[in-house]
Each structure stands twice: as C-alpha cells, then as structure tokens.
Design a protein around this ligand. Structure first.
Ligand SMILES: [Cu+2]
Length: 71
C-alpha cells in the first residue's frame, strides 16, 4: 500500500472536495482518500499493484481538477 499527498487545483468549495473524495473512493485499487478543501490537499492510500499514481491523477483530471504530488 502506498500513501501520497496531492496538491489539488481547481476546487472552489467543499462540495468539490467531497466529489473528488467520493469518486476516488469508488475507484478500484484506492483504499482510503481524504480531500481537504481548506488545505487544497488530498491524501490517497492505494494498492500500487492495482492502480498507479498516474491513474489516480488522471481520475482527478477527469473530474476537471488538477492533482500534483507533493514532493
Ligand atoms: Cu465546488
């Protein structure tokens, strides 16, 4: 299991954060996800055998937001 923190761009309210969180939580391979509108960050724990970080970032992009790994 891998844990990554992402900088999320494009959110304009708490519902955006909830939407991303709900979408990722139903994505295969993602174990836990927390998106915080106030800090504009998302913490994602995923199984790297099932999903790549690139795919996680792409999923966020499909919703119209940007995601960039922190460090
Ligand atoms: Cu919003």
């Amino acid at each position: 299991m891998t844990k990554k923190v992402l900088d999320i761009g494009g959110m304009h309210c708490g519902a955006c954060a909830m939407g991303i969180q709900m979408y990722l939580s139903t994505t295969d391979g993602v174990k836990t996800v927390t998106v915080d509108y106030n800090t504009k960050k998302g913490e994602v724990e995923f199984d790297e055998n099932k999903i790549t970080l690139e795919r996680v970032i792409k999923c966020v992009g499909e919703l119209g937001y940007t995601a960039k790994p922190v460090d």
